[in-house]
Design a protein around this ligand. Structure first.
Ligand SMILES: *Cc1c(COP(=O)(O)O)cnc(C)c1O
Length: 404
């Protein structure tokens, strides 16, 4: 039977202290011990089931972590205060001064900035490659390379990483394959395809209500223990811990993720087909015109679809800005960064979420001026949404009025 991440989340059971259907929220930063010996053992990492201090772990964070590990099919997971609070400790745990990273060049702007501008201070160098060119990936590996880094579906260009092939390359060269799966929860399960570590920004689809930032690292018990080690664990020492109240609230939202993803994907597929038929340059992995359409199909859990993200190119930044403002005025969504909200969100990545990437590099990777990135919402009547969007485009002369 194929791995179905939503079933494994659903099969978990936790009860509250008094039989509540939701687990009790742990509201403590510190924990008492009955004996001094147990406290010592816990410091040494040898007292399972005991809590020490909430930067290390808390019951609420463990519940959420276990649910996300079930979703990704990994042994365990560690939640963090943001997606960047998951990504940065992982890279710093895996690499020391003198080490090298091979990374996809089309990644989240914050991750790109971290690798390009920040880690070189610690003599950790990164080579950025076109992740869809496997020979270029392999050619970039040096004797010092420790990590192969990519996003399963990249931000904002929606390039798809061939995780199985990348994992073979990683194994051959003794590297850890780290995959950011933020854009495709449930649809793609990178660990099942050979990724060593899977990361999410929980801020996006998984939490889905745009009310918090959050992150998670899913991996082996051994690696998560390393991250949490009180002596040299990057998550423990850098301190980007999620608050227990927040992790309880993210866990409740996670339980409806499968329903939301189906609707996001359904709506995005509908619009992508319409936009493409209208002659707009449209990028969506669900379209046959997408260069990695077949690859995505081979990797995906079908019922969750091709995800909620799509891009169109309307030619230039002024037109893009006018269209976004008009769509917002007509209540089709919000001109905002981020993704996974119930309402459609749109932004021009070149001047916002990917502005960390220098202009010439943006052009080289196909990040054009008139690109609009959409996170398609949960609209009940997507046909109506399309008609109003189409009217906006006609009013701005992006499209000719339809023949009646
Ligand atoms: C938003 C995002 C991040 C960063 O997550 P934060 O929660 O904002 O720290 C990382 N990767 C991807 C793909 C993202 O979209």
């Amino acid at each position: 039977m194929k791995f179905n991440p939503a079933n494994t989340i659903q099969d978990l059971q936790y009860f509250g202290e008094f039989g509540g259907v939701n687990p009790s929220i742990s509201d403590s930063s510190t924990y008492t011990f009955l004996s001094a010996k147990t406290m010592f053992d816990t410091f040494e990492g040898n007292a399972d089931g005991c809590y020490l201090y909430s930067r290390h772990s808390s019951p609420s964070n463990l519940y959420l972590g276990e649910a996300l590990a079930a979703m990704e099919g990994t042994e365990t997971a560690n939640v963090s205060a943001s997606g960047m609070g998951a990504i940065t400790p992982v890279l710093l745990q895996l690499c020391k001064s003198g080490d090298h990273i091979v990374s996809s060049r089309t990644i989240y702007g914050g991750t790109y900035a971290f690798l390009k501008n920040f880690t070189p201070r610690f003599h950790i160098e990164t080579t950025f490659v076109d992740i869809t060119k496997l020979d270029a990936v392999e050619a970039a590996i040096t004797p010092n390379t420790k990590v192969l880094y990519c996003e399963s579906v990249s931000n904002p260009l929606l390039e798809v990483a061939d995780i199985e092939s990348l994992s073979k390359i990683a194994k051959k060269h003794g590297l850890k394959l780290v995959v950011d799966n933020t854009f495709s929860p449930l649809s793609i399960a990178p660990a099942k395809l050979g990724a060593d570590i899977v990361i999410h920004s929980l801020t996006k689809f998984i939490n889905g209500s745009s009310d918090t930032v959050g992150g998670v690292v899913c991996g082996t018990q051994d690696f998560i223990n390393q991250l949490r080690n009180v002596n040299d664990g990057a998550s423990m020492l850098l301190g980007s811990t999620m608050d227990s109240l927040r992790s309880a609230s993210v866990l409740k939202n996670l339980r409806t993720l499968h329903i939301r993803m189906k609707q996001h994907s359904h709506n995005a597929m509908y619009l992508a087909k319409k936009f493409e038929a209208d002659g707009l340059k449209t990028v969506y992995p669900g379209l046959e015109s997408h260069p990695s359409h077949e690859l995505f199909k081979n990797m995906m859990n079908f019922e969750y679809g091709f995800g909620g993200m799509l891009t169109i190119d309307v030619g230039d930044i002024d037109t893009a800005n006018q269209l976004m403002e008009l769509m917002q005025e007509r209540n089709l969504g919000y001109l905002a960064v981020s993704l996974g909200f119930y309402k459609t969100l749109f932004s021009a990545p070149g001047t916002s979420t990917s502005s960390e990437i220098p202009e010439d590099e943006q052009l080289e990777m196909g990040l054009t001026d008139g690109l609009i990135r959409f996170s398609i919402g949960l609209d009940n009547d997507i046909q109506r949404t399309y008609q109003i969007m189409r009217q906006c485009m006609e009013d701005l002369k992006i499209l000719e009025p339809a023949m009646v």
